[in-house]
Design a protein around this ligand. Structure first.
Ligand code: ADP
Length: 552
């Protein structure tokens, strides 16, 4: 009996001990859980992002204070509510509901990344741009037990981005305007140089000064043109006027343009082109510009008396054009960036070569627009550079043989005296061009706005009107239209003289009734060609009239 009692006591005490240790363990676990929960609460409360958690049904289990602020819901009110009620999101542009990332994370069991252009609508209807992401919460066995949604207010960032974009656009517009405005004074200066050339007495100093002004003017024109092109590139406004051209013509044009710099620096130039013609479907002016930029660079970035090779060779369906020099070379780390806008190896003020760091960007873009590629090679500083352009060759359907196009190689007819009206609101531009044309024996009249132009046509009865487009009172398009409607308005030749030479501008001027479209600063030789054509047409008219009169 006593033994039974002892046993029972022992068992009881063991059970008690067990119960005590179980209680203790449970208490420890509970304390641990509270600590973890508290830690989680403090963590969630102190992070800058909004955090919402839900259970597997997508009902809210917690909101941290940032989430409370952004949604306008207190945690105690939100708990147990479906997530869509608390976290209402729409697309910034369409205003349509956006699929809730948390629900997708729950469904797919994967992290759902940041959605762009999402607007969160708070309980009080306040709207905020947010970025969000969601991840499923899994237990130790990997079973999904809920989802955590993290988001943040990006309104400020969006505002800054929009402001940045806007200022970038302003900058582009400003650059386009700047280039345009810089270009305007160049026309009268160029005319002035032509007048000096023709009339200056043969004093050596004077002749040298004229040559100097001419050279600098060319340089300035090139910079301004680059600037214009760059602003066109950034606004995606470069267009090609493709035609079937021979590679040799392109190379010749480029070399002609680069020759002054090559000679000035005493470089030796070797050109190798295959004898058989290679045809390209290309914009002659733009491709010449590409090669000219490369050759000019070769000349610019080589010490005096260097060597430059321009080589073209056919390789299957493409042509390879190499421009190689013995110049200063390009450091390896610069090679990958050399075609980026404004990239220059030497940006110090002491650098001897001018330039804006746009040329190669243009080269790259223009070659790309022709369906080709361009790469830069150099063994490093002092080891020279090589630029290789690949261009697709035009499919030869039928070789048109030696250039049969009208105007090619034809002697320019010296224009006979014509009555010419020059209209430009830049007085110097109008007067200097007038003076130059006057020196060639034409009878010239000038006008400075659109209404004056119409008036002058009626009074002066010109054969040719050189009409600026950007004119006060009445723009050139409108003036042209009205001139055409006037008596005798259909028989005269209308030439648009403008800073804008894009396809769209040409189309507009044609629609307005212009016969020709010339971009400023007008090349005087080009203008003479147009006048010569007027001449020819007029002469034919006159012959017809005489013939008719003779018959009558
Ligand atoms: P820019 O000539 O106006 O500086 P580019 O875009 O034509 O602008 O050229 C960018 C830079 O690339 C140049 O400033 C020069 O540092 C480097 N570069 C271009 N061509 C050569 C070359 N043939 N040899 C050495 N460096 C060159």
């Amino acid at each position: 009996m006593e033994q039974d009692d002892d046993e029972e006591n022992l068992l009881r005490s063991v059970a008690l001990q067990n119960a005590q240790s179980i209680l203790l363990a449970r208490q420890r676990a509970e304390e641990e859980l509270i600590r973890t929960k508290e830690w989680l609460r403090v963590t969630l409360a102190s992070i800058g992002d909004a955090v919402i958690t839900t259970d597997t049904a997508g009902c809210i289990t917690s909101l941290n204070p940032v989430a409370e602020r952004l949604t306008g819901w207190a945690q105690r009110d939100a708990r147990g509510e479906p997530l869509e009620r608390i976290f209402q999101i729409v697309n910034e542009h369409t205003r349509h509901s956006v699929e809730n990332p948390a629900l997708r994370a729950l469904r797919e069991g994967e992290i759902v990344g940041l959605a762009n252009h999402t607007i969160l609508i708070a309980r009080d209807e306040t709207e905020r741009a947010i970025d969000d992401s969601a991840a499923p919460i899994k237990d130790e066995q990997g079973t999904i037990i809920g989802v955590v949604l993290v988001f943040r207010d990006v309104s400020e960032r969006r505002k800054n981005e929009a402001a940045l974009k806007e200022s970038d656009r302003h900058k582009d517009e400003f650059l386009a305007m700047l280039a345009h405005e810089l270009r305007n004074p160049l026309a009268p200066i160029r005319n002035g140089v032509q007048i000096f050339r023709a009339l200056a007495p043969p004093v050596p100093e004077l002749q040298l000064a004229i040559e100097m002004i001419d050279r600098q003017l060319h340089q300035l024109t090139r910079l301004v043109d680059d600037l214009l092109d760059m602003s066109r590139i950034t606004r995606g406004k470069i267009e090609l006027r493709k035609e079937r051209v021979e590679l040799a013509t392109i190379v010749k044009g480029a070399i002609e343009a680069s020759r002054p710099l090559i000679d000035q620096r005493d470089h030796e130039l070797t050109v190798t082109i295959p004898p058989q013609p290679i045809h390209l479907e290309a914009d002659l002016t733009r491709l010449s510009q590409v090669l000219m930029n490369l050759i000019n660079n070769a000349a610019k970035f080589s010490d005096r008396a260097g060597r430059i090779w321009v080589t073209a060779e056919r390789e299957n369906d493409s042509v390879l054009i190499r421009v190689k020099d013995t110049g200063i070379g390009i450091p390896a780390e610069m090679l990958p960036r050399i075609f980026d806008m404004f990239t220059q190896v030497d940006r110090s003020l002491e650098r001897s070569e001018g330039g804006l760091g746009i040329g190669l960007t243009l080269v790259h873009r223009l070659v790309e627009m022709h369906g080709g590629t361009v790469e830069a090679r150099s063994e490093g500083p002092g080891k020279g550079s090589e630029f290789v352009v690949h261009l697709p060759v035009a499919v030869v359907i039928q070789d048109p043989g030696p250039q049969g196009k009208a105007g090619h190689g034809e002697a320019v007819v010296t224009p006979a005296a014509r009555r010419i009206l020059v209209v430009d609101d830049n007085l110097d531009a109008a007067e200097s061009l007038g003076m130059l044309l006057g020196m060639l024996g034409h009878e010239v009249h000038t006008a400075h706005d659109g209404l004056e132009a119409i008036e002058a046509v009626a009074q002066f009865r010109p054969d040719v009107v050189l009409l600026d487009i950007g004119l006060p009172k009445l723009n050139g398009y409108e003036a042209a239209r009205r001139i055409r409607e006037q008596e005798g308005g259909t028989s005269l030749v209308l030439v648009a003289l403008t800073g804008w030479g894009q396809e769209e501008d040409r189309r507009r001027s044609k629609e307005a009734g212009f016969d020709h479209h010339m971009t400023k600063p007008v090349d005087f030789a080009d203008l003479q060609k147009v006048l010569a054509e007027v001449n020819r047409a007029a002469r034919k008219d006159e012959e017809e009239v005489a013939e008719a009169a003779g018959q009558g």
